[in-house]
Design a protein around this ligand. Structure first.
Ligand code: BDP
Length: 590
């Protein structure tokens, strides 16, 4: 489904705000009929994680079930339309009832889901919405979950975190992005996919793939404009999907520093009556890998930027416009030109801003630290489905240049990872993604424990590596770490002949700690580590970019390795700069 928008044919109400909330530690809500309504423990802000809002309920580390409810007034004039509810993301599993009737379930966090609710709501009245949410992950969810007893079975009790997680960020729960009620006409445009292919320095082929909700014969008007209309034509078609191809001329390409965008509007006519229209921003650009380089519109680009997280005090993983604006403003200040949505899809508003500001984005499927001892048919199925949903949501963003189909598989360093099964798995995951989108690049950031024989390298368009020599390995020895890294990078290049992006490198740094000697955790150590790594990366012509880990400090599950947060941020969690921020600004301004 397309992102809901307000126009002459579509209504839209944002029903975020204050909802009622109840914890369901014993998973008894459904048995007790909470879907019919319940007496709440508390109120809660939506969007937002439940973890940092409700200290009186002690939810900071809570994993399990919780319930949300709200009475929503649906106006009379929504009658005679199709009505929908949309959650931009709920983490993780959720189930939705309206007026005590089950509307649907969703098992994919970090991504939007819509349910048609025309038959469920009463217009001109209050309607009771109830939602149950469960943030317990399992072997076959993406990302995979873990239970504390696994650590014992796996004989790695010292890895145990609380809450248990296979990754280095907390498995927060809640309604993390806005919730909408919206309408469409009875006949409406379900989806628009825009594919462009440059045919010259200022011309492009355009392939529009449209889905209409019904099999009809009708007319479509396609308009593309900036200030002036550059294309306007009528097309006739039959059925419920249409492929329309045409060429546009005199266009300005989308690129770094000049993110030219155009407004595409599709208007749908049925029996000469206008029944729907939808507009979205598009850009014309081309991305490819050639020999040692990555080319944007035929010219080499070097990526400088960050791996990030959606994480902010109190909001947790909840979307908020303030940190969206703040993070882009800091990225512009520091002269970053790109980032990775580590380790999951970010809010669509982030990609829209990247489109407008001209940032390159590597958009990540949350298959983070897949443990192949626990990978099963269900994991593969969820992974493919997740990829499909992500591409369906983000396919029209010019800023998205690549899909990261996971991050650091085999972080546990299991030797069986190399027995051929994982290779088969990744082959299928990459093939699936290529069939869904042949216009973007594919990669999976690799960890040191999977090493240079990681099967993800075989299928990637460019190689992504996360390395911490001088931190986890060879602690305190930056120069030696850089030597080890250089050897390994040369080896990777010689083996695969694919350009390399450094997707993670960094050191935990406590803002305010200083030292004249190389001393881990100080601001000077982080700054020097980053400088030395960048010096090496820039000396290699097969390196296509550097993404520092991380943009900002972020909360983690509890473990003796972490003092509340992962402190590898160049900015603190509240976005104050550390010394390294100034170093990066200097290096990235060159
Ligand atoms: C890598 C992971 C990332 C971690 C980081 C670290 O990709 O999620 O936060 O290392 O340890 O393993 O700081």
């Amino acid at each position: 489904m397309l992102k809901p928008r307000l126009n002459n044919h579509r209504n839209l109400i944002d029903i975020s705000g204050i909802w009622k909330f109840k914890i369901d530690k014993n998973n008894e809500g459904e048995k007790k009929g909470w879907n019919e309504g319940f007496s709440a423990d508390s109120e809660i802000a939506v969007p937002g994680s439940w973890n940092e809002q409700l200290d009186n309920l002690d939810l900071l580390h809570y994993v399990g079930k919780a319930w949300y409810t709200k009475d929503i007034f649906v106006p009379k004039n929504f009658k005679d339309k199709k009505l929908w509810i949309r959650f931009d993301s709920v983490d993780y599993h959720s189930k939705v009832w309206i007026n005590d009737r089950l509307v649907g379930t969703n098992d994919f966090g970090y991504l939007p889901f819509d349910f048609e609710i025309t038959e469920f709501v009463q217009c001109g009245k209050e309607n009771l919405i109830v939602l149950s949410v469960d943030n317990q992950l399992s072997d076959d969810t993406i990302p995979q979950g873990i239970n504390t007893h696994y650590y014992v079975d796996e004989k790695r009790p010292r890895d145990e975190t609380f809450p248990a997680a296979r990754f280095d960020f907390p498995p927060n729960g809640g309604i993390h992005r806005p919730v909408y009620i919206y309408t469409t006409s009875l006949i409406f445009i379900e989806d628009i996919a825009v594919k462009t292919k440059l045919t010259g320095p200022s011309s492009s082929k355009v392939l529009l793939q449209l889905n209409i909700n019904e099999n009809i014969s009708c007319e479509l008007v396609v308009n593309i404009s900036d200030n002036n209309s550059i294309f306007n034509e009528k097309f006739k078609y039959n059925g419920n999907s249409a492929d329309i191809e045409f060429e546009v001329n005199n266009i300005d390409l989308w690129g770094l520093g000049n993110p030219n965008l155009y407004k595409l509007t599709v208007t749908l006519f049925n029996e000469n009556e206008e029944v729907d229209s939808y507009s979205l921003q598009i850009g014309f650009r081309e991305i490819e890998v050639k020999n040692k380089q990555i080319l944007l519109n035929g010219k080499p680009v070097y990526m400088q930027g960050f791996g990030k997280h959606e994480d902010f005090p109190v909001f947790g993983k909840g979307f908020n416009y303030q940190s969206l604006v703040k993070d882009f403003s800091l990225m512009k200040w520091i002269k970053a030109n790109s980032f990775r949505t580590s380790h999951y899809p970010y809010a669509e508003e982030v990609l829209e801003m990247a489109d407008r500001e001209g940032f390159l984005v590597i958009d990540e499927v949350p298959a983070v630290s897949l443990d192949f001892r626990k990978v099963n048919g269900g994991t593969l199925k969820s992974h493919k489905e997740f990829t499909k949903k992500l591409i369906a949501r983000d396919k029209n963003h010019p800023s998205v240049i690549a899909w990261a189909l996971g991050n650091e598989p085999n972080l546990v360093g299991n030797p069986d990872y190399f027995n051929g099964e994982a290779e088969k798995y990744w082959k299928e995951i990459f093939q699936n993604a290529r069939e869904l989108d042949s216009t973007r690049l594919l990669t999976v950031p690799n960890c040191q424990k999977a090493g240079i024989n990681d099967p993800v390298f075989l299928f990637s368009d460019f190689i992504s590596i996360n390395r911490y020599y001088g931190w986890y390995e060879h602690p305190g020895q930056i120069e030696y770490g850089v030597e080890v890294l250089e050897k390994e990078m040369d080896e990777i290049w010689n083996k695969y002949h694919k350009p390399i992006l450094m997707t993670e490198f960094g050191t935990d740094t406590i803002a305010g700690e200083h030292s004249i000697s190389d001393q881990m955790f100080t601001e000077e150590y982080q700054s020097k580590f980053i400088e030395k790594y960048i010096e090496l990366l820039r000396s290699k012509d097969y390196v296509i970019g550097e993404h520092v880990w991380n943009f900002a400090d972020f909360r983690t599950p509890q473990h003796f390795r972490r003092v509340i947060m992962n402190r590898k941020g160049v900015f603190t969690r509240t976005r104050e700069p550390k010394l390294a921020a100034f170093k990066l600004k200097e290096l990235w301004s060159k």
